[in-house]
Design a protein around this ligand. Structure first.
Ligand SMILES: *[C@@H]1O[C@H](CO)[C@@H](O)[C@H](O)[C@H]1NC(C)=O
Length: 314
């Protein structure tokens, strides 16, 4: 049985070596758990199946070979009028004077995930438009995600909306990974002399490199013990930086942080720290933080359920 154990060990090493060599590529896939497309039985082409009956599905080509699946939900008050309407009608509504929110989602699932549909409903009920892309590689979008690619996608969606929204306010709502995409994109726009009208950051983390307990990406370290030793710079290797804290120093948009005290991925002090940095580079008036009580149990995804949210957003 000693021999057996030895053989088994040799066998395990032989099997796991190629996996270890391939790890950097594997990490990329694991970091963006974008392969998980739940609920897989529902068709992203039919937003009504997600109880969004005033929503159209469309595809935008953000660069050659990259097609993004995108939903556009019109303000709730127009739901009856929206029945059976085509893409041209939906696009024409974008200039109706109602603010347009572009929602950049987190690193799992698709634009159809229940907490994302939840945010779209809150915003739509307030009379706002909501545009929700799945980044490249997510949902039914083509391509593979990279940090740069996600920014290209987000910039494209912003410019697409701006070209159709007249004088309406255009606001980013980023959640989790989407907070990093939002700030990367806002800074790219600043470099072009464009200030986004407003940026909401829900469950924001401060950078891909930060190793704080309970950090959004720390699960990666406990899933692969020893990785820190084997690949001390996995983020650099995969070109994942997500320098949100640095971005906040350059941004000129009004910023609203939304966070739950019981956020199990990003502890509240991380958000408070970022609020302080952003406020010191802009002003207390332009940078707000609303912290939701831990007793409400919202964790990382659930604060869209709060009945005070509409009042806060107005
Ligand atoms: C369609 O959606 C609106 C807005 O959410 C809702 O008020 C209405 O009841 C829905 N109608 C149907 C037929 O499902």
């Amino acid at each position: 049985s000693w021999m057996k154990r030895c053989l088994l060990l040799l066998f395990l090493i032989a099997v796991s070596l190629p996996v270890a060599v391939k790890l950097p590529a594997l990490i990329q896939h694991l970091v963006y758990t974008y392969r998980i497309r739940l609920p897989y039985f529902a068709d992203l082409n039919r937003p009504a199946e997600f109880s969004l009956n005033h929503t159209i599905n469309m595809y935008l080509t953000t660069e050659e070979g990259i097609s993004l699946g995108v939903w556009h939900t019109v303000p709730d008050s127009r739901w009856k009028e929206a029945q059976g309407k085509d893409l041209a009608w939906y696009q024409s509504t974008l200039s109706d004077g109602s603010p347009v929110f572009i929602y950049f989602h987190g690193n799992t699932q698709t634009r159809g995930a229940p907490h994302r549909v939840g945010v779209a409903k809150v915003l739509s009920a307030l009379g706002y438009h909501v545009v929700v892309p799945d980044y490249r590689g997510f949902g039914d979008s083509t391509g593979e995600p990279t940090e740069g690619g996600l920014t290209v996608d987000a910039l494209y969606v912003y410019n697409w909306v701006k070209a159709r929204s007249g004088d309406s306010l255009v606001i980013f709502w980023g959640h989790s990974l989407g907070t990093a995409v939002s700030t990367n994109t806002a800074v790219k726009l600043i470099e072009q002399g464009v200030v986004v009208d407003g940026v909401i950051l829900e469950g924001a983390f401060n950078s891909a490199r930060q190793k704080i307990p309970g950090h959004a990406f720390s699960w990666y370290y406990w899933r692969f013990p020893g990785q820190e030793y084997l690949f001390p710079e996995p983020w650099a290797e995969n070109k994942l930086v997500f320098p949100t804290e640095e971005n906040l120093k350059k941004m000129k948009s009004p910023i609203l942080f939304l966070h739950s005290e019981d956020d199990h991925l990003v502890p509240p002090h991380v958000c408070e720290q970022m609020r302080d940095i952003a406020a010191s580079y802009q002003s207390e008036e332009r940078v707000k933080l609303v912290m939701f009580e831990g007793s409400l149990g919202y964790l990382h995804n659930g604060l869209y359920r709060d009945h005070r949210l509409p009042g806060i957003l107005k």
